[in-house]
Design a binder for this molecule. Structure first.
Ligand SMILES: CC(C)(COP(=O)(O)OP(=O)(O)OC[C@H]1O[C@@H](n2cnc3c(N)ncnc32)[C@H](O)[C@@H]1OP(=O)(O)O)[C@@H](O)C(=O)NCCC(=O)NCCS
Length: 146
C-alpha cells in the first residue's frame, strides 16, 4: 500500500542520507529551516517503509514576484525504488499542499542530473547554471501553479 504523509525533519534523514549525502556525516542531512513551523516534510511509504521524501520551505527567490513562494528541498527516492513513478507522486502532492496555503509558486535549485525529471512535470529553468559546493552544478527551476 502506498501512502504519502507528513513526517518530521529527522525522519527524512533515512532517505536524504544515502541519496543526497552519501559518504558524508549524517549531520550534513540537516537543512537550515528544517524545524520551522512553516516547513513541511512529506514521506512516501510503501507499506510501512519510507522510500521517498520531499521538503517544502516557505522561502522567496528574487527571480519571482509572488508574495507566497515555497522552495522544494531534499527531494529524494531510495535508489532501488527510483524510476517507478514515486518521485512524480511526491512532487504532485507537494503542489497540492502548497495550493492549500494559497501559494502558487514552487521553485528550487535542481541538480543538473534531475533537470529532465522536473521538466517532465512542467517545471522551467530560469537563469544560468551555478555550482553548489561539494554537490555540483544546479539550475533554478520553477512552476506557477494554476
Ligand atoms: C530525481 C528523483 C527524485 C526522481 O524520482 P523517481 O521516483 O526516480 O522519478 P519517477 O519514477 O517519478 O520519474 C518520472 C519520470 O521522470 C523520469 N526521470 C526520473 N528521474 C530522472 C532523471 N534523473 N533524469 C531524467 N528523467 C528522469 C522517469 O524516467 C519518468 O519518466 P517517464 O514518465 O517518461 O517514464 C530520484 O531519481 C532521485 O532521488 N534521484 C537522486 C537524487 C536527486 O537527484 N534528487 C533531486 C535533487 S534536485
Amino acid at each position: 500500500m502506498l501512502t504519502i504523509r507528513e513526517i518530521t525533519a529527522l525522519e527524512t534523514y533515512s532517505v536524504r542520507h544515502p541519496v543526497l549525502r552519501e559518504g558524508k556525516p549524517v549531520e550534513s542531512c540537516h537543512f537550515e529551516g528544517d524545524e520551522l513551523h512553516s516547513t513541511i516534510h512529506l514521506g512516501l511509504f510503501i507499506n510501512c517503509a519510507l522510500i521517498g521524501v520531499i521538503s517544502l520551505f516557505k522561502n522567496k527567490n528574487v527571480n519571482f514576484t509572488e508574495k507566497k513562494q515555497f522552495q522544494i528541498r531534499g527531494m529524494a527516492v531510495l535508489k532501488h525504488h527510483q524510476k517507478m513513478g514515486y518521485g512524480i507522486k511526491l512532487v504532485k502532492e507537494a503542489e497540492h499542499i502548497i495550493q492549500k496555503y494559497n501559494c502558487n509558486l514552487l521553485w528550487f535549485n535542481a541538480r543538473e542530473t534531475a533537470v529532465d525529471f522536473y521538466k517532465k512535470m512542467g517545471y522551467t529553468v530560469i537563469g544560468e547554471s551555478f555550482i553548489i559546493k561539494d554537490i555540483g552544478t544546479h539550475f533554478v527551476m520553477y512552476k506557477k501553479l494554476i
